[in-house]
Write a protein that binds this ligand. Structure first.
Ligand code: OMP
Length: 247
């Protein structure tokens, strides 16, 4: 894939493809049942670390064969040799996105590992369950805003394709990084939904209006009584925010 092609495609992405549903289940069987319930309302799925240990990787390949887009959320972080080799192996899957933690060594190794493949790497900046106090407790000298900005600049310097960050930082990071970086926001909560462990959460409309390219949503859809209706409501919110921006 030509790297220059990505931004044009990002701005042209339809609202439905901006929603990424997190298949946070223990088994591929449960994930498959959810994909069946969501039907053609959802085209993009995330396989995270829980499902990866329950048949998620072969299931990801089934999804790709069925024409779905797949985000492998494996959040890799290790010594450069291991990260580069893991990314090269993951690139064979045919997935669209893969996450690595946004540490400079890790990002550089990941970039080298996927060279020549269309797999796009997303650097996880600061988990959306963290606030400034959590970072201080973990030993960081930076608060959320500054650490996200620092890691975003490092990701851009390494040539990473995109970032995972909360919608609270998207506006500032879009201004800092320009239109090319793919900005993906978890921590999405429709009005009135329970935040759970998410500390930096926003509504779908607010996240999209702030400039998020893709929104990752798990529990508000997969735990809903009617997951398909919940997904359609979020897609409608994304579409209304996009048209309000004229994009
Ligand atoms: O990398 C991620 O996808 C991720 C990063 C982050 O900072 N916060 C975050 O919530 N996620 C993932 O996004 C999903 C959010 O799920 P819900 O909180 O249920 O909507 C989960 O699968 C998380 O693993």
């Amino acid at each position: 894939m030509s790297e220059a092609a990505a931004p044009a495609r990002q701005s042209a992405v339809p609202a439905r493809e901006r929603l990424i549903v997190a298949l946070d289940f223990a088994t591929a069987r449960e994930a498959e049942a959810m994909v069946g319930r969501l039907g053609d309302s959802v085209s993009f799925y995330k396989i995270g670390m829980e499902l990866a240990y329950g048949g998620g990787l072969p299931f990801a390949q089934d999804l790709i064969k069925d024409g779905k887009q797949v985000f492998l959320d494996l959040k890799l972080h290790d010594i450069p040799n291991t990260v580069a080799r893991a990314c090269a192996n993951a690139a064979r899957f045919g997935a669209d996105f893969l996450t690595v933690h946004a540490y400079p060594q890790t990002m550089a190794a990941a970039k080298a590992g996927v060279a020549g493949s269309p797999l796009r790497l997303l650097g996880v900046t600061v988990m959306t369950s963290y606030d400034d106090k959590d970072l201080a407790e973990a030993g960081y000298a930076y608060g959320v805003k500054d650490l996200v900005a620092r890691r975003a600049a490092q990701a851009r310097d390494v040539g990473l394709h995109g970032l995972i960050l909360s919608a609270e930082e998207v506006g500032a990071m879009r201004a800092q990084l320009g239109p090319d970086m793919i900005l993906v926001t978890p921590g999405i909560r429709p009005a009135g939904a329970k935040a759970g462990d998410q500390k930096r959460a926003m509504t779908p409309a607010a996240a999209r209006a702030a400039g998020a390219d893709h929104l990752v949503v798990g529990r508000p859809i997969i735990e809903a009584d009617d997951p398909r209706a919940a997904a359609e409501a979020i897609i409608a919110e994304i579409a209304s925010a996009a048209s309000a921006k004229g994009s």
